[in-house]
Ligand binder design. Structure first.
Ligand code: NDP
Length: 447
């Protein structure tokens, strides 16, 4: 329940108009809760219908993706692109290939992306897309044929100044390559229409590392403000994909010991610190399962079931797998295990009940739309390099990324303070992200 009758009514309409999409409702509710004090100070946002427009995507594209598997059978998946908001720049946001994908997941991710992209300070609007296709267990040929079919429809709606997709769960360098090849073949254009590209065809150095590194830069700024640091800290990271692997790399570089990581089947604990080279070999090269880590690390343990990772005692938790992976019970387990900081690498990995547990326990909490913005920020840097037809060095990109993440932290922290909620980075990030988009929407009239 909101204090404002206007927000109660708006939220009720969002739920009624987007029935059966709980993740989208959750994301909208969290932002509207943060905006209550802003609307009290700025009634003009209400009067000009900014919020009604903000919760409605500008466009939803939904399409059939037919392809032929290795047995010669036709398989039909569903493709989505939600172009949520272009007030401050072309739509930008990843593509997710995972069997759980449906319209509500893409809408929640697209909505979050609007605020996240605004926080980066770069000129990018918000969008998201994907498919219920599962790349896991598919042959190279099947993945390529699927990507080609997906792009054969999507290409009509995207372009370097219009909508620039990137990767997300299940979409890494391999998938981006196949998607890019098909876009180029159909349109004849060699342009920066996708980010996360390979380095030989327009990709940016440090893009692969960006979300995980950025998460650690943000967390480091938050810890330092509280008189703490990664040095000597015991860290757990859920997931073992793109975000988790590079969060592990940077946290270790900053002096932490990462003792546990997971995949969707289970989690490993290595009290000597995760051997990242071995994990990369399993996950990035062999596309294997995390339990294979035990073959060369007999002292490590593997436990079936991915949620158990949050019962491993730690100082800092970096959830980097998927939405709603930390529920109330997992949050309580973390607090019991001595966790004093949680920074979200995945999108919306903590349920509202979990966030409430962290708040009550005084845990430092970094919300995803601020702490995992490094990926999209670096994607925007890739777009700039493509436009200039230049390639920056790794250090140049990494330095810019670090600066952007520190700015996001200070902006969110200062905004929270300005609105009387010092230390509440959820509210600070939501408000700071909102203000820029809302002002641009007001300036552009009712569109
Ligand atoms: P990847 O596909 O590279 O890795 C995802 C990881 O999470 C894998 O270890 C996967 O395990 C695990 N996982 C996925 N779904 C589930 C599930 N339902 N339950 C438990 N574990 C699961 O994805 P990314 O690392 O790119 O993305 C991870 C999160 O970070 C997502 O929330 C994404 O939206 C977010 N993110 C990603 C960005 C990026 O630049 N890549 C940018 C900003 C946010 P398994 O291999 O067993 O499936």
């Amino acid at each position: 329940m909101f204090q404002s009758a206007y927000l109660n009514d708006l939220m009720a309409r969002v739920v009624a108009r987007n029935a059966g999409e709980p993740e989208f409702h959750q994301a909208v509710r969290e932002v509207l809760e943060s905006l209550e004090p802003v609307l009290a100070r700025h009634p003009e946002y209400v009067e000009s219908g900014v919020l009604e427009r903000l919760v409605e995507p500008e466009r939803i594209i939904k399409f059939r993706v037919p392809w032929v598997n290795d047995e010669g059978r036709v398989v039909v998946n569903r493709g989505f692109r939600v172009q949520f908001n272009s007030a401050i720049g072309p739509y930008k946001g990843g593509l997710r290939f995972h069997p759980s994908v449906y319209e509500g997941i893409i809408k929640f991710l697209g909505f979050e992306q609007v605020f996240k992209n605004s926080l980066t300070g770069l000129p990018i609007g918000g969008g998201k897309g994907g498919s219920d296709f599962d790349p896991k267990g598919k042959s190279e040929g099947e993945v390529m044929r699927f990507c080609q079919s997906f792009m054969t429809e999507l290409y009509k709606y995207i372009g370097k100044d219009e909508d620039v997709p990137a990767g997300d769960i299940g979409v890494g360098g391999r998938e981006i390559g196949y998607l890019y090849g098909q876009y180029k073949r159909i349109t004849g254009l060699y342009e920066g229409v996708l980010t996360g590209k390979g380095l030989t065809y327009g990709g940016s150095l440090a893009r692969k590392e960006a979300t995980g590194y950025g998460l650690c830069y943000f967390t480091d700024a938050m810890l330092r403000d509280a008189g703490k640091s990664f040095a000597g800290a015991r860290v757990i990271i859920s997931g073992s994909g793109n975000v988790a692997i590079y969060a592990c790399e940077k946290a270790t570089e900053l002096g932490a010991m990462v003792v546990a990581m997971s995949d969707s089947n289970g989690y490993i604990v290595d009290e000597d610190g995760i051997d990242l080279a071995a994990l990369k070999e399993i996950k990035e090269v062999r596309r294997g399962r995390i339990r294979e880590y035990l073959k060369d690390h007999p002292k490590a343990t593997y436990t079936e079931g991915c949620r158990g990772i949050f019962t491993v005692p730690c100082d800092i938790a970096l959830p980097s797998a998927t939405q709603n992976e930390i529920d109330e019970a997992s949050a309580e387990a973390l607090v019991r295990g001595g966790t004093y900081a949680v920074a979200e690498g995945a999108n919306m990995p903590s349920t509202p009940e979990a966030i409430e547990v962290f708040r009550r326990a005084g845990v430092l909490f970094a919300p995803a739309k601020a702490s995992n913005a490094g990926g999209v920020a670096t994607s925007a840097l890739e777009m700039t390099q493509n436009s200039e037809r230049l390639s920056w060095t790794f250090d140049e990109v990494d330095r810019k990324l670090k600066g952007i993440m520190e700015n996001i932290y200070h902006n969110a922290a200062a905004t929270a303070k300005e609105y009387g909620m010092e230390g509440n980075l959820v509210a600070g990030a939501n408000i700071a992200g909102f203000l820029k988009v809302a002002d641009a929407m007001m300036a552009q009239g009712v569109v």
